[in-house]
Structure formats: C-alpha cells, structure tokens
Design a protein around this ligand. Structure first.
Ligand code: B12
Length: 582
C-alpha cells in the first residue's frame, strides 16, 4: 500500500471539520422544517415515517426522475403525471428532481454558464411548490449537498418540506464557471451536513446516489459496498445524521444487482430507509422496442428483491427513450404503468426464486466491502489525514480521486502491469462493458488496416461529468497509433481552450451530454479564436440543446456542422472525421 504521495492531500490553514459542522448546526437552529403535501395527506411527519407505514402495509413504492426545462413546466408536468396515473389506477410515491447544473452555483453566475438539461428554482415560492403541488414526495438530490450552494440549497429544501436531500456522492463534481477551490466547496458541504445532522429528529436524511460519483469509476462491486460504508461512517458516525444510499443505474446484470442491494441493506442500521433503487440505464439503446425488455427485466428482478427484503426503498423505472434524450411526461407515465403491473404480478413468482446464490454473492460483497473500508481509513490515517475530521476526509478523498482510491485500498489484486492497474474481484458492468467496447474497437481498427494518420495533437475532454464516451475516444485514438492528451471532465469552454493553446492542439475532440452542445460550441470557438488556436473541433455524445420553450432538448447536429464542427454520432465516425482533417 502507498504510504506517501507527491502532492498534498490536505490544505494549509484548513478550518476544522468540527467548527464547520457547528456552524451548520447554528444555521439549522433558524430553520423550520416544512411538511410536504404527501405527508400531510397521510398524516405522517416526514418521508421516513411514510416509508415505514407503506412498508408495514406491504406497498412497493415507486419513484420517477423529473426535470423539465423550467419550474413552471415541471410543475404542470407533475400535475399531468398525477392525473394520468390516477386515470390508470395507480400513484407514484416520490420523484427525484433533475435540475440544471447551475443550481449548484450562486445565482449571480447563472447567466455566465450555459443552460443545461433541467430547470432552475428561482424563488422561495417555487421551492415551496416542489413539495406542495401534488402528493408525490420530492427528493432534492442533484446540485444540493456537495455543490458550492450546499448551504442555501439545503436550507430551502428543508423549509419546503423535503426530507431526503443530497447528493452526497456528487462531492467530487466541478461546477461550471465557479472558480472557488475544492476546499471552499468541501467546506460548504460540511456545513450543510451539520444542518442535516441537527435536523435528524425532524426526518432529515442525507441522500446519496452512488452511481453519480466515485462508484461509476470503480471497477469492483465490493468497492461500491466499501464506499457506502465510508459515506455512512461520515454521515452517521461523525456528523450524527442519517444516510440514504441509492444506486443501480449503471448495472444491467439483474442477479448481481439483487446481490448488491442485499448487501447495501445488510450493512444499513435498523430503522433507515434508502430513497430509491434505480433502473438500469446503460442497456437502453437507440432501439426503443428493445428497451421495453430492458426495463421489464430490470424492474421484475428489482421488485422481487423488494418483495423479499421489504426495504422501503422505492423502485425507479426509466422511460424507454433514455438513450435518446430526456423523456416526455407521457413516456414517464407509461413506464410507471408497466412497473405497477409488474409489482402486482410479481408475488406469484416469489416461491420459485432460489435466493441462495444471491445471498452467497451478498456475503462476498460485504466481506470485501468491509476490507475496502478499513483499508481506506487505515490508509488515509497513514497518509496523515485525521479520520475523525469530516472536512479532512472529504478533501483527501476528493484529491485522491476514485481510480487511485480503488487501486490503493480496494480488495482486489494489483498485478504490476501498469501504474493504475487493479484486478476486480466482482467486476462492475461498467468495467466489463468498457473492456468489451475497447476490444471491439481495437479489433476493428486492426482488421480494417486503418490508415496511419499523420501525427496530430488531439486534445480530448468532456464538458460535463459523463466520461465513458470520452474514454472510448481516447482508446480509439490510441488504437490508431496516436497519443491523445486527456483534458479531463467538467470543462468550461475557456478551460478547454486554454489547454488547447498550451499543448498546441491541432484537434479538440469533445464529448458532451448535458443539453448544451450548441452554446458550448459557440463559446469554445470564441475562446479558441481569442487565443489564436487554429484547431479542428470534433464533437460526439448527446448533440442537443435545451431551451426554456422546448419540452425536450433539440438536436443541433446541423447547426454544429454549419459552424465547421465535425459531428460524430458514434465512435465509429471518429476515424472518418480525422481523415477529413488530414
Ligand atoms: C451513464 C450516465 C450518467 C452517469 C455518468 C457516469 C460517468 N461517470 O460517466 C451519471 C449517473 C453520473 C449521469 C449524470 C447525469 N446525467 Co446522465 N446519462 C448517462 C447515460 C445513462 C449513459 C451515458 C453513457 O455513458 N453511455 C455509454 C457511452 C459509451 O456512450 P455515449 O456516451 O452515448 O457515447 C457514445 C457515442 O455518443 C460516442 N461519443 C460520445 N462522446 C464522443 C465524443 C467524440 C469526439 C466522438 C467521436 C464520439 C463520442 O461514442 C460512444 C460510443 O459509441 C445517458 C443515457 C444513455 N443511455 O445514453 C444519460 C444522459 C446522457 N444523462 C443525462 C443527464 C440529464 C444527466 C444529468 C445532468 C442529470 C442530473 N440532473 O443530475 C447528470 C450530469 C451532471 C453533470 N455534473 O454533468 C441525459 C442528457 C439529456 C439530454 N440532453 O439529452 C441522458 C441522455 C439521460 C436522459 N435520457 O435524460 N449520467
């Protein structure tokens, strides 16, 4: 295990985590926690009590993702979905509010950043309406705790009557146009955790969606469990709060998924309810018909798991247009209708399920997950981190990054064939999918006798957190014999242009997914010009643009072409795009 690092894991003159938690608790004293419409209608004080009641009654709860371009559209969307569900004889218990990434930065910076997928909440009245428009409990997770706006967002959510507030796993995200330091961001997060800890008795639960953060980069499912234990240690042991751990969007193997859910439930303290378990999102393709099968298979196994464990966590189905764009309201109603029918029918299958192999897998996950967690704490301590200080822990793990953390502390083997090589014990679907796609790309390029391109300096980056496409771009370029330079993720146009100037790039290859392809491209062209960089731009991912007056993001591929940008629908198009440049 590594004992020394070349860079600093901690900052000089750091405040203590304890002081920041106390600051948060002082803020909490002035915050009155609201009660949502759902809780009022059911006569419960908060969502955890609602979950306890529904679980006792044997109801399998459901959750949806929702975020239209504006709050007004999202509000009427909630009313529409509620009405349509009632017509079809079912109701939805909660929704996870999908917001524009700008919610994580101070409002005075909003105009400087691009509009992305999802709405902004502008006024106190709008915050309040999130929990009072329909009897569906909101979970406010994205861009809340973990972002630079952790404190004001957390306070406003609690006042509105929202109890599950997160998203803890997003602590490592960078936010557009915000130029504070990682220490500033983590400091705000710790204060917000202090607020949540102080409001435990009123039902405050820190929400985490594991796949949003480091777990997406881990290659071993036991690291998921280890990381959940780490987050639980932070929130429950050090802050005195309650934690909800959700997961599932990046896993398509339903048996492994059931085993991981079993493990997460087994290491959870009694009396806690996780918010939701997410439908797989990665086996959804552009072939919408096939996606009905992906949805139904995932939901069936999830519902069976829920019937067995009675976790009180809601199942979250995903509309079949997932791989195309954000869904329409009616697409959301449709998948909930399908899911409710699955819930109604699944009990018949229960006696036929053999849970033995899943339980055996659960035990391995827990065993190796605990190993990861204790390695992590011992390792951080050995590196000089005070493992009883929340701020030090968050800053240190943020600076280490997911890949290094797993390499250093994961339970798997470390054959010395590369600097960051790690051999997972229970490989994640993300890891296996990457290896499969990499092999396909390498074989295709080898067998097609791909032309050796003249040396060109290709800079590769992502405008947001989506990185899997970007990794494949790097892999493809390497297979072609080039040596691409990685610029990383979450890049603002000026940052990317600055790097392009620095490395004297001849090509900039960008992966983008958050509904801002056109505004980003325009800004990037301006920034490159300002630096005198004459590089060709290639773009791929979700080449669409959000607008306040459009229900879903609009495809902007032709606008990008008009700007002189090479547009790639798939990774296979990359070679052609580069040949065009030669
Ligand atoms: C995985 C995923 C995530 C993961 C990402 C994990 C990670 N570390 O990368 C998590 C859960 C974190 C996530 C978060 C979000 N996501 Co997301 N995510 C996806 C998902 C399911 C798959 C994307 C993916 O990685 N696919 C696998 C790769 C290999 O395929 P690919 O990206 O399509 O790339 C292929 C091609 O496009 C091409 N390609 C891609 N880039 C490039 C670049 C070049 C140069 C070239 C040549 C080719 C190329 O090559 C690849 C192979 O063919 C998609 C839906 C879907 N099924 O596509 C939504 C999706 C992209 N996400 C979406 C959204 C809105 C978000 C959030 C903003 C939600 C929120 N409010 O929090 C956040 C992002 C926040 C942030 N900080 O940026 C939306 C985007 C909506 C839109 N505008 O159309 C989608 C479409 C889901 C949906 N239907 O609503 N997401």
């Amino acid at each position: 295990m590594l004992r020394r690092l070349d860079e600093d894991l901690l900052a000089t003159d750091m405040p203590s985590g304890g002081e920041l938690l106390a600051e948060g608790r002082a803020i909490a004293a002035g915050v009155e926690v609201g009660t949502s419409l759902l809780c009022r209608e059911f006569g419960v004080r908060n969502e955890a009590e609602y979950k306890a009641r529904m679980t006792a009654e044997g109801r399998v709860m459901t959750c949806m993702n929702l975020g239209c371009p504006t709050w007004a559209a999202t509000r009427s969307g909630l009313l529409h979905i509620c009405e349509q569900a009632a017509k079809r004889g079912f109701r939805i218990d909660r929704f996870t509010f999908q917001m524009d990434r700008r919610m994580g930065i101070p409002p005075q910076l909003w105009d400087a950043a691009s509009k992305e997928t999802g709405p902004l909440l502008l006024t106190d009245a709008e915050w309040e309406q999130t929990a009072s428009t329909v009897p569906i409990q909101p979970g406010l997770a994205d861009m809340m705790i973990g972002s630079p706006m952790s404190v004001p967002n957390c306070v406003r959510a609690l006042r509105a009557g929202v109890n599950y507030i997160g998203n803890m796993s997003q602590f490592s995200w960078n936010y557009p146009v915000w130029d504070g330091t990682d220490l500033d961001q983590m400091g705000e997060m710790v204060k917000a955790l202090g607020i949540m800890g102080a409001k435990v008795d009123q039902g405050a639960v820190v929400q985490s969606y594991l796949d949003d953060g480091y777990c997406a980069q881990f290659s071993d499912y036991s690291s998921y469990i280890g990381w959940a234990l780490f987050e639980r240690y932070l929130v429950e042991d050090l802050v005195g709060g309650h934690l909800s751990v959700s997961w599932g969007g990046l896993t398509h193997d339903p048996l492994m998924k059931s085993a991981v859910t079993h493990a997460l439930e087994a290491v959870k303290p009694k009396g806690r309810f996780h918010g939701f378990y997410h439908c797989d999102t990665t086996h959804f393709t552009k072939d919408v018909e096939r996606n009905y099968a992906a949805l139904s298979i995932d939901m069936l196994y999830q519902v069976l798991t829920e019937l067995r464990l009675g976790t009180g966590s809601a199942v979250l189905p995903i509309p079949v247009t997932e791989a195309l764009r954000v869904p329409t309201l009616d697409e959301t109603v449709e998948v909930h209708n399908i899911t409710r029918r699955i819930i109604d029918d699944a009990p018949r299958l229960m006696p036929m399920v053999n849970w033995g192999p899943i339980e055996a897998q659960r035990d391995r996950l827990i065993h190796h997950g605990r190993e990861f967690f204790s390695n992590l704490l011992a390792g951080l301590s050995g590196l000089g981190v005070d493992v009883t200080d929340v701020l030090q822990l968050l800053l240190a793990v943020r600076r280490l990054g997911a890949v290094r953390i797993e390499r250093m502390f994961g339970a798997g083997a470390r054959p010395e064939i590369g600097p960051l090589h790690y051999e997972p014990i229970l490989p994640t679907d993300t890891h296996r999918d990457y290896l499969e796609r990499r092999d396909t790309i390498e074989t295709r390029i080898r067998t097609s006798g791909a032309v050796i391109l003249r040396p060109m300096k290709v800079l590769v980056g992502s405008t947001d957190i989506h990185e899997f496409g970007m990794h494949l771009v790097m892999t493809t370029l390497q297979a072609m014999g080039l040596q691409p330079i990685s610029a990383g993720v979450d890049l603002d146009p000026d940052e990317l242009a600055e790097m392009a100037a620095k490395v004297n790039a001849t090509v900039v290859a960008i992966s983008t997914h958050n509904g801002m392809a056109l505004s980003y491209a325009r800004q990037l062209l301006t920034e490159l010009k300002a630096r005198g960089v004459d590089a060709r731009i290639i773009m791929g991912g979700k080449l669409n643009q959000d607008a306040d007056d459009q229900p879903v993001p609009v495809d902007v591929s032709s606008d990008l072409r008009r700007l002189g940008i090479s547009v790639c629908e798939d990774i296979e198009d990359l070679q052609g795009a580069l040949q065009g440049i030669v």
